[in-house]
Design a protein around this ligand. Structure first.
Ligand SMILES: [Zn+2]
Length: 144
């Protein structure tokens, strides 16, 4: 078998994608062929070097951990406000549509209004809690 074929096998071996039978062929060829043995060791060094370059440096690693946490905080805050504004708009629209509908009986209005008032109360309470939490977070961060 030609050395050319074994070069492909070497690449496959270094990529970890060699079949067991190819591995056996390669091993027996490397044992017999000095020039392929040298080439294989050179290829191995290059592969190691490339893998070293691919590994993130510690500083980049710290940055990679830092930014997602910042984004997560912004995202969570944004998500909260979108939820609150969205819910507020829908509730406002619902209340408006409901009050301007002359077909509604007073009792029906009351039955529909109760859960809406309940949701609004929860929402206001949640907003207040959110404001409190973010204020505490801010103070906590400054002190650290
Ligand atoms: Zn060879």
């Amino acid at each position: 078998m030609s050395c050319e074929r074994f070069r492909d096998l070497m690449m496959a071996r270094l990529d970890g994608e060699i079949t067991p039978s190819d591995q056996r062929d390669l091993d027996s060829h490397l044992a017999a062929c000095q020039s392929c043995r040298r080439e294989f060791s050179e290829l191995g060094k290059i592969t190691d070097l490339v893998q070293d370059l691919r590994l993130p440096k510690p500083s980049e690693d710290a940055m990679a951990n830092y930014w997602p946490s910042v984004y997560a905080r912004i995202e969570r805050g944004l998500g909260w406000w979108l939820l609150i504004v969205g819910a507020g708009v829908w509730i406002g629209y619902g209340v408006f549509a409901f009050l301007t509908n002359p077909m509604m009986e007073a009792l029906t209005k009351l039955l529909v209004a109760l859960p809406i008032v309940g949701v609004l109360t929860l929402l206001v309470s949640a907003i207040r809690e959110r404001c409190h939490v973010s204020r505490t977070e801010r103070y906590g961060r400054v002190e650290r």
